[in-house]
Design a protein around this ligand. Structure first.
Ligand code: NAD
Length: 278
C-alpha cells in the first residue's frame, strides 16, 4: 500500500456525510483502513460497501460512552491497531433565544458536540500511547471565535472543543500522541443547510447565496476539509500539536475586498505628513 497514510488505521466519526465522508474517501485513497462511525448506520454502511474492504461501518451515538468504546475496539478488532481518530460528528444544536433554551437542549448540544470529543480522546489515548504515537483531530468551528455565525450553544460547545484540544495535547505529547483541531468556515453540507436530508439542489442554492461573503469567492467543500484532516493525520504534521487549523476561505480574516469601502480600494497618491528631517 502506498500513500500518506499507507497501512494506517483511522476512525472517522460523522463519517457518513459531509466533511466526515470526504475525509473517509481521502484517507482510503491515501492507503488507510477506516472505521466509518455514524449515527446514520445505513448511510455509513452504504459508504463502506462502496469503498470496499479497507473500510467498515459502525452505528454509534458519539455521546454514549459504550458506543465510543465499541468504535475504538472495532478499529483494533477489524484492522489490528489505531493511528488516527477524527472526532468530527456534529449537529447544529439548540436554536433560539437563550431564555427559551431548555436544560435538555443544553445537555444534548454539549453531549453531541463536546462530550463526544472527550469520550473519543479518553478511549483512543491509552491505545495510541501504548503504540508510541498517533494523531487525534477534533472538529471545531470558526463559530468558536466569533459570535453571530451560529446558535449560542453551538458556539460555546465548539470553543470548548478547541480548548480541550490544546489541554489534552499537552498531556499526550510526551507519548508521541498529537492532538489538533480543524475549524471549518462555511462548508456546503447538510449541517450548514440545517437539514440532514438536504439534497444537491438545496446545497447548490446555498453555495450560490453564500459565495459573495467569502474572501476566496466560494464556500468550502467537504474536500477542502478532508485535505486539512489528511495533513494533520499524516507525518507531514509530525511536529504540530495543540493547534487549531482554521480552514475557512479567509472569512475569519474579515469580509471580502469587494465589500471594503471604496476609499480603501481606489489607489490615490497619499499626502506626506511627516515633518522634514524626521
Ligand atoms: P453533516 O451533517 O454533513 O455530517 C455530520 C454527520 O454527523 C452526519 O453523518 C450525522 O449523522 C453525524 N452525527 C450527528 N450526530 C451524531 C451522533 N450523536 N453520533 C454519531 N454521529 C452523529 O455535517 P458536516 O458539516 O460535515 O459536519 C461535520 C463537523 O463539521 C461537525 O462537527 C460540524 O459541527 C463541523 N462544522 C461544520 C461546518 C459547516 O459549515 N458545514 C462549519 C463548522 C464546523
Amino acid at each position: 500500500m502506498t500513500g500518506a497514510l499507507a497501512d494506517r488505521v483511522a476512525v472517522v466519526t460523522g463519517g457518513a456525510s459531509g466533511i466526515g465522508a470526504a475525509t473517509v474517501e481521502r484517507f482510503v485513497a491515501e492507503g488507510a483502513s477506516v472505521v466509518i462511525a455514524d449515527l446514520d448506520g445505513d448511510r455509513a454502511h452504504a459508504l463502506a460497501e462502496r469503498l470496499g474492504e479497507r473500510t467498515t461501518a459502525v452505528r454509534v451515538d458519539v455521546s454514549v460512552e459504550d458506543d465510543v468504546a465499541m468504535m475504538i475496539d472495532e478499529a483494533v478488532h477489524r484492522f489490528g491497531r489505531l493511528d488516527v481518530l477524527f472526532n468530527n460528528a456534529g449537529f447544529g444544536g439548540a436554536l433560539g433565544p437563550i431564555s427559551e433554551t431548555s436544560v435538555a437542549d443544553f445537555d444534548l448540544t454539549f453531549d453531541v458536540l463536546v462530550k463526544s470529543v472527550y469520550l473519543g480522546v479518553k478511549h483512543a489515548a491509552p491505545l495510541l500511547m501504548d503504540q508510541g504515537g498517533g494523531s487525534i483531530i477534533n472538529t471545531g468551528s470558526v463559530a468558536a471565535h466569533r459570535g453571530g455565525w451560529s446558535p449560542h450553544l453551538y458556539a460555546a460547545a465548539k470553543a470548548a472543543v478547541v480548548h480541550l484540544t490544546r489541554s489534552v495535547a499537552l498531556e499526550l505529547g510526551s507519548a508521541g500522541v498529537r492532538c489538533n483541531a480543524i475549524s471549518p468556515g462555511f462548508v456546503a453540507t447538510p449541517l450548514a443547510y440545517g437539514r440532514p436530508d438536504a439534497d444537491t439542489e438545496q446545497l447548490a442554492a446555498m453555495r450560490d447565496a453564500a459565495a459573495t461573503d467569502q474572501p476566496l469567492g466560494r464556500v468550502g467543500e467537504p474536500d477542502d476539509l478532508a485535505a486539512a484532516a489528511l495533513f494533520l493525520a499524516s507525518d507531514e504534521s509530525v511536529w504540530i500539536t495543540g493547534q487549531e487549523l482554521v480552514v475557512d476561505g479567509g472569512i475569519s480574516a474579515g469580509p471580502p475586498w469587494s465589500t471594503f469601502p471604496e476609499a480603501f480600494r481606489v489607489t490615490r497618491p497619499i499626502r506626506h505628513h511627516r515633518p522634514p528631517g524626521r
